[in-house]
Design a protein around this ligand. Structure first.
Ligand SMILES: O=P(O)(O)OC[C@@]1(O)O[C@H](CO)[C@@H](O)[C@@H]1O
Length: 574
């Protein structure tokens, strides 16, 4: 494609399909595509272009120099192949019958073939309301081919299909093809978990302002770097902080996430952590004040006279009319299980113990997703495994430099790392789950192909739920892509405009960079990093901590009764 036509696309801001028409519907099944990768063929207008994603367009597999193209062509097929291999080696033993497993293997083989030959999506065949919604989204989608739709749509579609293969085979209905990898990744991360747990224990007593701020910032950074532990980027290969290397650690034998914060200081490209702490704390205090105000009665007693001798009913508001939070809630839209979820739980615990929140809502995925994303089962698994954690390591500590010249360096006693603190935290988290301080939610929107600017339209109830939060923390790269509408915006565009109107509550993003889109960089930084390493956006070596404090005020909801039938009787709210 010429730079002139790139310019045209850039300026028009239109989708590529409106400009480059696929003339031949069957182009994707030509030998040129199947046997040599999607090359541009003579005489056919190909949608593939030898460019990176042009600015302001959405990421999609047609841009051959983009991570989307590489991911659809290589990474995702490998992930499917690995499931097939594991099933062939008995990976679903005891879960489904031999026939179930055979069917699933066949289903996955077809799915992989459809993906690599850029076929048109097939509709889901399971008969559930959620699958029907998915089919509607597919049918409404202007482009229904794997490489020519947006990358996020296709990826989500593939994971939804991986799930459908289980739903279609009775014995595999509860089967998670990634469970084993997630469990392994947890046990391989016990060391950094024990190190962090020991530190977190020192952050839980009520503390003065400066210490509280420093601890909050440290936890944000621990949570940021925990996003390196993502099994989809590694295509299922083991990832722990261990293989990330901790260059200058004083005790080299230890995987120490606290030291990592210092070592990776320069890899945080945008750091709003101080602003996050200040604004979250003051919003939490402001909400607390509103919560303490007496509730205005919402009913007219004359309409419902209390029978003589009975206590008048306590005024209850229709949730649709509630415009002030009833709890100090902090929401975490989770990403990966294992060490990453552990770090999120540490932050959540800190927020509760410092009374910045009194309830944490964890939003997780209802189905296995992007290999290592948290499901409700993983959530329980991580907490239970912390409760039962077993680990001990004696680490040699580097001697301190000599106090004065001529003196030998001061020997340090070895450090013993064990799971005592981890168990204690795990037990408290189990109690928090039991008493409702920690709530696990899994709205289907999180496993839909939609980006967040459309949440209000597609899933208005979820949007409104988020509006009650002190802040909403979005973890990881996929959530980041969805926050930015999967759009390759100008890298120096501010975070707020990049969100394109998605402002339910203050938004925090903690993301290690694993896809080629970003916002909020100082001018010139993106170009400078590209010169050092053209692939810097695909490796998770850099991170951003971004914040948008602007949010939509909570108003009376325009959909009173559909959802709240139990509490909302007719047009009157009690
Ligand atoms: O959301 P996460 O776990 O941080 O990252 C998910 C991820 O591995 O998957 C996508 C490609 O499949 C990439 O954008 C990203 O690298």
């Amino acid at each position: 494609m010429t730079s002139k036509s790139e310019d045209k696309i850039r300026k028009s801001g239109q989708s590529i399909e409106t400009l480059v028409k696929l003339k031949d519907e069957d182009w994707s099944t030509t030998p040129e595509f199947i046997y040599g990768g999607p090359f541009i063929t003579k005489g056919t207008t190909s949608p593939f272009m030898n460019t990176a994603t042009p600015i302001n367009l959405q990421l999609q597999g047609t841009f051959k120099k983009s991570f989307a193209y590489y991911s659809l062509k290589d990474r995702l097929p490998v992930i499917i192949t690995k499931i097939i291999d594991s099933l062939s080696r008995g990976g679903a033993k005891g879960k489904g019958s031999d026939e179930d497993v055979r069917n699933y293997i066949q289903y996955l083989t077809e799915l992989k073939s459809d993906l690599i030959t850029n076929k048109q999506y097939k509709l889901l065949t399971v008969d559930t309301p959620e699958a029907k919604r998915w089919n509607q989204w597919i049918e409404d989608s202007p482009n229904q081919y794997y490489f020519t739709n947006t990358w996020v749509f296709t990826e989500c579609y593939v994971y939804r299909r991986i799930r459908e293969g289980c739903e279609l085979n009775k014995g595999l209905i509860n089967f998670d093809p990634f469970e084993e990898q997630k469990a392994k990744s947890f046990s391989n991360s016990l060391e950094p978990m024990c190190v962090v747990a020991e530190k977190v224990i020192t952050m839980l007593d009520p503390s003065e302002k400066d210490k509280r701020k420093a601890d909050f910032i440290m936890l944000l950074k621990i949570c940021l770097w925990s996003n390196k532990c993502d099994l989809s980027l590694s295509m299922g290969e083991e990832v722990t902080l261990k293989n990330e290397g901790v260059p200058k650690s004083p005790s080299k034998d230890l995987v120490d996430p606290i030291q990592m914060i210092i070592d990776l200081k320069d890899k945080i490209l945008v750091d709003d952590s101080s602003k996050i702490v200040d604004q979250v704390v003051s919003r939490s205090e402001a909400i607390l004040k509103i919560m303490d105000e007496p509730a205005a009665p919402t009913e007219n007693p004359e309409d419902n006279p209390t029978p003589e001798g009975e206590e008048p009913p306590k005024p209850k508001s229709c949730p649709a009319k509630v415009t002030k939070p009833l709890n100090l809630m902090f929401d975490i839209v989770c990403d990966n299980a294992g060490y990453e979820l552990f770090s999120d739980l540490c932050l959540a615990h800190f927020l509760i113990s410092q009374k910045i929140a009194n309830k944490i809502r964890f939003h997780v995925k209802s189905i296995p997703w992007f290999v290592s994303d948290v499901t409700p089962k993983d959530f329980d698994f991580v907490i239970n495994s912390c409760v039962n954690g077993c680990f001990e390591k004696v680490v040699k500590v580097e001697p301190k430099p000599a106090a004065s010249e001529g003196q030998p360096p001061e020997e340090e006693a070895p450090r013993v790392i064990n799971a005592d603190a981890l168990k204690l935290l795990g037990q408290t988290w189990a109690n928090f789950v039991a008493d409702g301080t920690f709530v696990v939610l899994c709205d289907d929107f999180w496993t839909s192909p939609h980006t967040f600017k459309d949440m209000k339209k597609i899933q208005p109830y979820l949007y409104r739920d988020l509006q009650f939060a002190v802040a909403v923390l979005f973890k990881g790269d996929l959530n980041y892509r969805k926050l930015l509408g999967e759009r390759n915006c100008n890298p120096s565009l501010g975070f707020e405009p990049a969100l394109q109107g998605f402002l339910p509550a203050p938004v925090i993003a903690l993301r290690t960079v694993k896809a080629d889109l970003i916002c909020g960089l100082p001018k010139g930084k993106w170009e400078q990093l590209n010169k050092i390493d053209p692939k810097w956006m695909e490796k998770g070596d850099y991170g951003v901590i971004q914040f948008c404090g602007k949010c939509e005020p909570l108003k009376v909801f325009d959909r009173p009764c559909a959802l709240y039938g139990d509490t909302c009787r007719g047009i009157k709210c009690f």
